[in-house]
Design a protein around this ligand. Structure first.
Ligand code: NAD
Ligand code: UDP
Length: 336
């Protein structure tokens, strides 16, 4: 697994181990802390093999893939901050594309032919009809981060097209939130959170004074944006299901939305978090954030039909688990 020390990867390691898989992690710790490894080990009750290097290093990637047989790779590694990608486009294109090239080259050279890739609902762009369906084209993202996802989807399709021994699952995540129910692992953004849930959680715990709600005049029921929030535990389970389905699949490219199929507004998230934490979330409605769409949510029926997987957790579950993580770890993971 690449990026296994990150938010979604750390939760997925636990699910994979519980399902009987042996997991090896590569992570550069560019956006995660080594302390997560011990937390994962406590939850899996054993050691986790972790290789700390950057996947853009072709030699190291090649060396690892040559060192033991891998059945499959789940590729989470990548930079993911939309705003930062606008400021630093080259870094984003280089990191996200080069790491994928390096990984796919080494996989093919060493006979590993199953790849599960972390794509995103952002690939649907501003014009796709709601709810988003996997067969929608063309994919047009509106920022460099999103464009790396569109580009990588194309690259992986093209490779699977010419290589009979290479199969790929493109998983388009909606808005992952929440944390492991133990409260020992969760989302640990560096600096000021860009995303809604970690910001709300930091307001609840007293690290930030109030939330700025970006826009109250959208054409939605309460005027605030709606998103399809999905519990990270459901998302992790979706990876296990996708891996199993891909291994058995006669088709070499499979695309699945991983969402709940239900939109929730910003004000509904605030109310749910207040219920979960028992604390008020002060907020102020400010101007719209550039690039935000009024509503996005998944048509989750393909994953239900083909993977037998569906999200099970409610927005109240998501907020309760996010709050447990945030209140037990107000400053996130320790540095050492
Ligand atoms: P994250 O930043 O918590 O985890 C990504 C991990 O990859 C980090 O631990 C980071 O150190 C590592 N990494 C980055 N570049 C690397 C490289 N070149 N070599 C080795 N390791 C590297 O992010 P996440 O939220 O867990 O997201 C995982 C994947 O899912 C990403 O590809 C992201 O773009 C995608 N995704 C995330 C969301 C979301 O909202 N969290 C939504 C859609 C898609
Ligand atoms: N949002 C907000 N204040 C914040 C962060 C986000 O009002 O500090 C809103 C944002 O406008 C969007 C929703 O919350 O409507 C989800 O934003 P996030 O960045 O988490 O996800 P994305 O926009 O990528 O779907």
């Amino acid at each position: 697994m690449s990026g296994g020390a990150g938010y979604i990867g750390s939760h997925t390691v636990i699910r994979l181990v519980a399902a009987g898989h042996d997991v090896v992690v590569v992570d550069s710790f560019a956006n995660s802390k080594p302390a997560v490894v011990g937390r994962i080990e406590s939850l899996i009750g054993g050691e986790l093999e972790v290789h700390a290097f950057d996947l853009t290093d072709k030699d190291k990637t090649e060396h690892l893939l040559a060192s033991m047989p891998f059945d499959a790779v789940i590729h989470f590694a990548g930079l993911k901050a939309v705003g930062e990608s606008v400021e630093q486009p080259l870094e984003y294109y280089e990191n996200n594309l080069e790491s994928t090239f390096s990984l796919v080259r080494a996989m093919r050279r060493h006979g590993c032919g199953l790849l599960v890739f972390s794509s995103s609902a952002t690939v649907y762009g501003p014009d796709a009809p709601l709810p988003y369906r996997e067969d929608y084209e063309p994919l047009v993202a509106t920022n460099p981060y999103g464009r790396t996802k569109v580009m990588i989807e194309h690259v992986l399709r093209d490779v699977a097209h010419i290589d009979e021994s290479f199969k790929v699952a493109l998983l388009r995540y909606f808005n992952p939130v929440g944390a492991h129910p133990s409260g020992t692992i969760g989302e640990d953004p560096q600096g000021i959170p860009n995303n809604l849930l970690p910001f709300v959680a930091q307001v609840a715990v007293g690290r930030r004074e109030k939330l700025a709600v970006f826009g109250g005049d959208y054409p939605t029921a309460d005027g605030t944006c709606e998103r399809d929030y999905i519990h990270v535990e459901d998302l992790a389970a979706g990876h296990v299901a996708a891996l199993t389905a891909l291994a058995a699949s006669p088709e070499r490219v499979r695309t699945w939305n991983l969402g709940t199929g239900t939109p929730t507004s910003v004000l509904e998230v605030i109310a749910a978090f207040e219920r979960a934490s028992g604390r008020p979330i002060p907020y102020e409605i400010v101007g719209r954030r550039a690039g935000d769409l009024a509503q996005t949510w998944a048509d989750a029926s393909r994953a239900a039909d083909e993977l037998g997987w569906r999200a099970t957790k409610s927005i109240d579950d998501m907020c309760a688990d996010a709050w447990r993580w945030q209140s037990q770890n107000p400053l996130g993971y320790p540095d050492a």
